[in-house]
Design a protein around this ligand. Structure first.
Ligand code: FES
Ligand code: FE
Length: 480
């Protein structure tokens, strides 16, 4: 079966449950120890972060963006247990197709094995730990390490190690395969993976967020595909700032993007555009997901050829008026922790953490598979012109994020609480959109993002709970 058939599921139906068990000796996703190795617990001593987020009062301590120890705890307790975006099913169609990704700072290979099963592996050689795949994407039969030549097949098995006869008799290729991500699953084309050995299913983890995502993913039975390649760029700020912003920050549009609106507004009157003036809603989730969108009967796709091609009545019949007049077009969303999207532009992206002060954005455009080529191209160009690395909106946002990060290093500055009180208490079940929603101009989505972040940061992850564990990966695995 192809990746599409295995992972995409039928539109409107739940995706398949999490996949095959870990390939790590001992069935562990964090098998760091071997032989007589033992990691000292002090390497992973956790901090209580309950004093850093005041979700009821609407305050955030900016240490969450800059502290190196908190960042390391994030990698262990936020990224490791969460479902993280890996790839789109349209990028994998033949056995041996692969793309590379990250889960937190861990490099990942996503590939199709000979049976058409999607697998994700840690992109780290088991010998001395370099990457076994340095390309963004491609087609291969094996992943061969460029350092000493250990070679792995599409199921992650170590199939050859040069000069194997020089190793002790106890050395077995079987024990030194690539570390496999234990659970990989897809929701309507979007493939996610998690290191958590016993996760909620991806569909359960998304909850009502899936309804909002369907506004981008489920226009018809054919689903979506990626067009063009990946764009990557570095932003010198913490990954949570844009992740929170895409979930919640409609507020910044009029000011941050005023020059864009001036260009778009023929009268040249600045930001008083129909978009900026619209009312809307913000969806917030206990799982940290969020979406903010305008509500207007004339919501539409931005690219003219797309707008002219789309059958809005068919979309209303499939998705309902609430979605076509709301999250289908103007707005943005974040699937906790670091996958964000813009439905009107078909822009999807991951904010990969690269230390507390830096992130790498990976961005793609998705389009409806059923659209003619010229309509797909129009959506791709629209996506690049607005939210590509040189896009007219994209240029504005990092100016603020970089500045916020840079001055946060000051001691006095770092002690000032940040204000998240806009629209406090406006959360309600509005009767039109699933789950809890708040006013469009509100910090509710951001606060629920940080509340979930705080819960995870204060919850020992599975790798800290195992019986003889002194910390992450402290227990010896079965490798000799
Ligand atoms: Fe990969 Fe040596 S590091 S073969
Ligand atoms: Fe913006």
């Amino acid at each position: 079966m192809t990746a599409e058939a295995i992972l995409a599921g039928e539109p409107g139906k739940p995706p398949e449950e999490p996949g095959a068990p870990s390939k790590i000796p001992g069935g562990r996703a964090t098998a760091a120890s071997s032989g007589a190795l033992r990691r000292p617990a002090a390497l992973f001593s956790p901090m209580d972060v309950s004093g850093l987020i005041d979700a009821d009062g609407g305050f955030v301590d900016r240490a969450i963006y800059s502290d190196p120890a908190l960042y390391q705890q994030e990698l262990r307790r936020v990224f490791a247990p969460s479902w993280l975006y890996l790839a789109h099913t349209s990028q994998l169609s033949q056995p041996g197709d692969f793309v590379t990704a990250y889960m937190g700072e861990d490099p990942i290979i996503v590939t199709l094995d000979e049976n058409g099963q999607v697998r994700a592996f840690l992109n780290a050689c088991r010998h001395r730990g370099t990457r076994v795949c340095r390309a963004d994407l491609g087609q291969t039969r094996t992943f061969t390490c460029a350092y000493h030549g250990w070679s792995y097949d599409l199921t992650g098995r170590l199939v050859s190690a040069p000069k194997r006869e020089t190793y002790p008799a106890s050395f077995s290729l079987e024990n030194w395969g690539l570390v496999e991500v234990p659970h990989v699953s897809a929701y309507k084309g979007l493939i996610f993976g998690t290191w958590n050995p016993e996760p909620l299913s991806l569909r359960e983890a998304l909850g009502d967020m899936a309804w909002y995502m369907d506004a981008m993913l489920d226009h018809d039975d054919e689903g979506t595909e990626v067009v063009g390649g990946v764009h990557k760029w570095i932003i010198d700020s913490n990954w949570k700032i844009p992740a929170e912003g895409f979930a919640s920050d409609w507020y910044h549009l009029d000011m941050t993007h005023s020059s864009v609106f001036m260009l778009m507004n023929r009268s040249g009157q600045g930001s008083r555009t129909p978009v900026g003036n619209r009312s809307g809603r913000q969806y917030l989730s206990e799982a940290g997901h969020g979406a903010n969108f305008t509500v207007h009967p004339k919501n539409r796709f931005e690219a003219k050829p797309v707008h002219q091609h789309v059958d809005y009545e068919a979309l209303r019949a499939r998705l309902g008026d609430a979605r076509v007049e709301g999250p289908l077009t103007y707005g943005a969303g974040t699937v906790f922790p670091n996958f964000s999207y813009l439905p009107a532009n078909g822009a999807i992206r991951v904010w990969h953490p690269k230390g507390p002060d830096r992130m790498e954005v990976w961005s793609w455009t998705i389009v409806d598979r059923s659209w003619p080529d010229d309509v797909k191209e129009a959506q791709h160009l629209q996506s690049l012109r607005t939210f590509g690395p040189t896009g007219i909106f994209e240029q504005d946002d990092p100016e603020n994020w970089n500045d916020m990060q840079a001055i946060g290093r000051g001691f006095v500055t770092s002690t000032l609480p940040l204000n998240y009180q806009m629209g406090l208490g406006s959360e309600t079940h509005d009767g039109r959109h699933p789950g809890l929603t708040a006013e469009l101009y509100s910090d509710a989505g951001a606060l629920s993002f940080y509340a979930h972040w705080g819960r995870l940061m204060n919850t020992p992850a599975w790798h800290e709970n195992e019986s003889s564990a002194e910390g992450c990966g402290s227990e010896a695995n079965e490798a000799p």
